[in-house]
Write a protein that binds this ligand. Structure first.
Ligand SMILES: Cc1ncc(COP(=O)(O)O)c(C=O)c1O
Length: 402
């Protein structure tokens, strides 16, 4: 068996699943803020068109992507980020998860010294998992609140060479030594789990490093359309546009924008050479979205109204919690991106909430740097958010939560 599989830790969500089952058996009402899968239904017109496009004559899907879909994605990028990008720079994907997971498998060469993958923790676990399967040297760098959870090499760095070892060790290498070995750097802004955003200057600095040390800067932007304030998240495409997107790719998805988590539709876009090689590899795997999904995705990328409606709902939920946290002096990371709130919380407090049916995800589930926090995903309905807040308040007022 592939040792990467043997060495993977148990998926931490299993703990929450078991706890929820037990609480349900005990008759507790569950408010599940633990899983990042919003329950707002998909817009009616998208579902109607999905039905329309499913035909009996279902052929193998178009691997390169339907030209009309790539045009729609390119139009979205143009409208949203003011960036011109051609269809050859884009591949539609089966959501962004598979595209991120498979990426190191294509671009890491186990026979090279330069097979490092850098990512920043706490993080979506797939950067790490894909890198381990690809026999990369994995550099996990801890994000800190004092740096607004922005990448910095002045931090704890954990390392494993997946080709040789099982366990991570803490290392003391300079930024330069790490970057010389780096083939891919994953970044993710707006950030899961902290909700942090990234500024233009930081993104420019990272891009400079990608050019200087010749690695691929891979930006996971699947939350780019979930902003709760006025400021819209920036894309790496904006930074690299005048350089033909050299050494960059971005991943995006309809999962958060349109609630397509179960339909599976996203894209990867960027450096033409990287995209061409990625497409070559993808022809061996069954990872192209079905044509009916590609067709309905065209409509979803073109329409902004349904996205604005979804944002409004997240904004309303966010405001409820923000007001509550401010009033009760609950410390959280103030940011207006994604549908996550990153709350400072000790284990006892978190366990008490969970035992009372308010399920949050322990911060350390997302890796080093998550200790002492909990992630609240704004996924239950507005009504349920109100109920959960009033339960939370009553636990504070009764002195159960301290
Ligand atoms: C940071 C991040 N990237 C990627 C994904 C994958 O999203 P999808 O495959 O649904 O596009 C998720 C899902 O929650 C995520 O949080």
């Amino acid at each position: 068996m592939n040792p990467a599989l043997l060495n993977l830790k148990e998926y931490p969500m299993d703990f929450l699943i078991k706890t929820k089952e037990r609480l349900k058996k005990e008759g507790k009402k569950i408010y599940d803020f633990g899983v990042g899968d919003p329950r707002e239904p998909i817009e009616e017109f998208l579902v109607d068109n999905l039905r329309k496009y499913i035909t009996c004559e279902a052929k193998y899907p178009t691997l390169k992507g339907l030209p009309e879909l790539k045009e729609a994605i390119s139009e979205f990028i143009k409208k949203r980020f003011k960036v011109d990008i051609e269809s050859e720079n884009i591949i539609p994907t089966y959501g962004s998860k598979e595209a991120i997971f498979h990426f190191p498998l294509v671009f890491i060469n186990s026979f090279e010294e330069k097979r490092g993958v850098v990512f920043f923790s706490p993080a979506y676990p797939i950067y790490e998992r894909g890198s381990l399967f690809a026999n990369a040297k994995v550099f996990k760098i801890v994000l800190k609140e004092k740096n607004n959870f922005l990448p910095s090499f002045d931090s704890d760095i954990f390392f494993v060479d997946a080709l040789k070892e099982k366990e991570y060790k803490k290392i003391n290498l300079s930024k330069e030594e790490i970057l010389k070995q780096t083939k891919i750097m994953f970044i993710n802004y707006p950030h899961n789990p902290t909700g942090a955003g990234i500024d233009r200057k930081t993104l420019e600095n990272l891009y400079e490093l990608a050019l200087k040390y010749n690695f691929i800067l891979a930006s996971d932007e699947c939350y780019s359309e979930i902003y709760l304030g006025k400021e819209k998240p920036i894309s790496l495409l904006e930074i690299a546009k005048d350089n033909n997107f050299k050494n960059i790719v971005v991943f995006n998805s309809l999962s958060k924008r349109s609630g397509f988590t179960g339909i599976r539709s996203g894209f990867v876009a960027g450096d033409k050479e990287v995209i061409r090689n990625y497409l070559k590899w993808r022809s061996s795997f069954g990872v192209a979205p079905q044509d009916f999904v590609q067709k309905v995705s065209i409509l979803a990328w073109k329409d902004e109204n349904h996205v604005e409606k979804r944002r409004k709902i997240f904004k309303e939920k966010y405001k409820l919690f923000k007001d509550f946290f401010e009033r009760y002096n609950i410390k959280y990371f103030k940011s207006e991106f994604t549908f996550y709130i990153w709350i400072k919380m000790n284990k006892d407090y978190l366990n008490t909430l969970i035992e009372n049916g308010i399920i949050l995800q322990p911060g350390d589930f997302m890796g080093e740097g998550g200790e002492g926090y909990a992630r609240l995903a704004l996924v239950p309905s507005i009504e349920e958010c109100k109920e959960a807040i009033s339960l939370w308040k009553s636990l504070i007022e009764k002195g159960v939560l301290k």
